[in-house]
Design a protein around this ligand. Structure first.
Ligand SMILES: Nc1ncnc2c1ncn2[C@@H]1O[C@H](COP(=O)(O)OP(=O)(O)OP(=O)(O)O)[C@@H](O)[C@H]1O
Length: 342
């Protein structure tokens, strides 16, 4: 169990982070520059928070009031950087062995080389192995130090899409086998969703608590969290009981439950929009502004017919080649998929 409650000021940037996480991976999700790496560096002991506490499995790693600040090497926290940070002049075996406990070094290294399928490249240097092998070596090196928590800082960001998917799966398996605390920093909601059951959303230096991943997608709560969750269509809205009025689009949509009085915006996910017939519940007419070809579908940009000139346009995916600019169509959304946000 990792419990973090810290504050840190860096120039104009103010960090205030609070979350707890147990044995399933936690995604720390936030836009670029929101403070994800600073948070990990504070947990790892590379940066010192101004105030607060960090507790791992009952051990206090940092406590400003109690003047406790364990050095990184005593925290039992493994930190996987974006660029793996392997020692270039050491072999794969040496890179892993260097972090292992004295006395068990040989056995631990042999076991990790086997587990991560690195035996064939054990005597190679990092420059002589693939990106995937480098990642596995970095992870094996972290595990060789027998950490109680692993922090992953956008571990896949430097890779192309194919390798990324492959390594993401490997990393997921390794973390499942690790079955202790891990925090996975990303700004990719897909990566977060596939690999973690809990998510802590970070916005402009602030993060308050973790939520189950399904809950986050079903009800992102704020506009910025909805954006991070991949919601493509966001527009100002006014709550009216179980309906929401969208003045900029000149329409009203029904919701499955009453909208919170603090609602200021509405979110519609592309995958929840359907082509509909006139008169169907929650349907509205749109004109096609643009149809942009994707590999296996078209991305339609739509303008609701009663929209104000400054209104945001709507995006949805459609069958390839079916629609062109100027066409008129009806779009509908089920009441349970009308997201209200503040
Ligand atoms: N050592 C430092 N001194 C001053 N400001 C810093 C320092 N390190 C980070 N910052 C600032 O803190 C903010 C958060 O940076 P951080 O690297 O944590 O963002 P991030 O969410 O990890 O972004 P990205 O996804 O782009 O990696 C940024 O505004 C950054 O400029």
């Amino acid at each position: 169990m990792l419990s973090v409650d810290i504050q840190k000021r860096l120039g104009d940037f103010q960090l205030q982070v609070q979350f707890e996480t147990g044995s399933s991976p936690l995604a720390l999700l936030g836009a670029s520059g929101c403070g994800k790496s600073v948070t990990l560096r504070c947990i790892a002991g590379i940066l010192r928070p101004d105030e607060g506490k960090i507790i791992l499995n009952g051990r206090t790693l940092f406590d400003s009031a109690g003047h406790i600040d364990l050095p990184p090497q005593r925290r039992k926290v493994g930190y996987l950087f974006q660029q793996y940070a392997l020692f270039p002049n050491m072999t794969v075996r040496q890179n892993i062995a260097v972090a292992a406990q004295k006395g068990r070094r040989k056995e631990t290294t042999a076991e990790l080389l086997r587990r991560f399928h690195l035996e064939d490249v054990a005597e190679h240097r990092p420059s002589q192995i693939s990106g995937g092998q480098q990642q596995r070596t970095a992870l094996a090196r972290i595990l060789s130090s027998e950490p109680e928590a692993i922090l992953l800082d956008e571990p896949l960001s430097a890779l192309d899409l194919y390798l990324r998917r492959q390594l993401e799966e490997e990393l997921r398996c390794a973390l499942t086998a690790f079955s202790a605390t891990s925090v996975w920093v990303t700004h990719d909601q897909g990566e977060a969703c596939r690999s973690c059951r809990q998510v802590c959303v970070m916005e402009s230096g602030a993060a308050f608590g973790a939520r189950p991943m399904e809950e986050f997608f079903a009800d992102p709560v704020s506009v910025s969290a909805a954006r991070l969750s991949g919601c493509e269509n966001l527009v100002g809205a006014v709550p009216r009981g179980t309906e929401v009025e969208i003045p900029l689009w000149g329409i009203t949509l029904r919701r499955a439950a009453p909208a919170a009085p603090e609602t200021t915006a509405l979110g519609l996910r592309m995958q929840h929009l359907r082509l509909a017939r006139e008169g169907v519940e929650n349907s509205f007419a749109c004109s096609v502004v643009q149809s942009a070809p994707e590999a296996f579908s078209d991305l339609l940009t739509l303008r609701p017919l009663s929209a104000a000139p400054e209104a945001p346009l709507l995006h949805m995916e459609a069958e390839k080649g079916r629609w062109a600019a100027g066409d008129l169509l009806y779009v509908s959304v089920a009441p349970e998929h009308v997201l209200t946000l503040r």
